[in-house]
Design a binder for this molecule. Structure first.
Ligand code: ZN
Ligand code: FE
Length: 251
């Protein structure tokens, strides 16, 4: 049976998700930045949180963990070094969630501890702060080549993977993407689409890997148009990625 996802907003621009298995009733909360908002989402759906999957240590993903764990009794998995994690996971680990195989991907760059959760049978990816619509995470703890190598782990996933992102940064990401990839007609069209979505206060997450491959400049350092725009026709993908990330930081 398929998994159901309910996305909810918290803080100024965060998204959390509840992932529900109707057969067993088990419900995962992806990250735990705000316990009250997670409880409100659970009340709205009628689902009871039984599991918490943490992506990385940043406060906006963990501040509500102690409270949410205490009030739900949920089992917590996540990276090493986070108070409240019951079972430490590492990249390459896999485990079963009610008949769905879950693969843990280590995608350092934004932080060194970043874990992403992929559920191939449900075509779901929870990338933490590694990947956003038309964007990627800032490099707080890693460098460009490290993040590029992490993003390549996501690029091999199927096109129809639904990617549930952790922040609503999409309008700013689209504006930057157009600045270095102005001739990309897929990007132009998607930029218009997300502007209408945000005007209607609709979330731009989830996105799909197919869409990101076409529109996300951080996944396209091999693109001749972007390379020409940056004046880097012969550099490595890692070097072009690093330059794109640096330009976004200054944008
Ligand atoms: Zn973060
Ligand atoms: Fe975050």
């Amino acid at each position: 049976m398929s998994l159901e996802v309910h996305q909810f907003a918290y803080n100024s621009d965060n998204y959390g998700q509840l992932v529900h298995d109707p057969a067993s009733g088990r419900t995962i909360c992806i990250d735990a930045g705000d316990a009250d908002e997670a409880h409100a989402a659970a009340a709205k759906t009628g689902w009871a949180i039984t599991d918490i999957w943490i992506t990385h240590h940043h406060w906006d993903h963990t501040d509500g963990l102690a409270q949410l764990k205490q009030s739900t009794g949920a089992k917590v998995v996540g990276p090493e070094g986070i108070t409240g994690v019951d079972e430490v996971l590492q990249g390459g680990d896999s485990f079963d969630f009610e008949g769905h195989g879950v693969t843990v991907l280590h995608t350092p760059g934004h932080t060194l501890d970043m874990l992403n959760y992929h559920i191939p049978s449900a075509k779901l990816l929870f990338p933490g702060d590694t990947l956003f619509p038309m964007g990627c995470g800032r490099l707080f703890e890693g460098d460009g080549p490290m993040m590029w190598s992490s993003l390549q782990k996501l690029l091999v996933l199927p096109d129809d993977t639904r990617i549930y992102c952790a922040h609503e940064y999409t309008l700013a990401n689209a504006a930057f993407a157009l600045s270095i990839d102005p001739e990309n007609t897929d990007l132009q069209a998607q930029s218009e689409r997300v502007q209408m979505m945000r005007a209607a206060d609709a979330p731009t997450s989830p996105t799909s890997l197919a869409m990101e491959r076409k529109t996300n400049p951080f996944l396209r350092p091999d693109d001749p148009g972007i390379r020409a725009q940056l004046g880097m026709p012969d550099d490595t993908d890692a070097a072009v990625f690093t330059e794109i990330r640096a330009r976004k930081d200054r944008f």
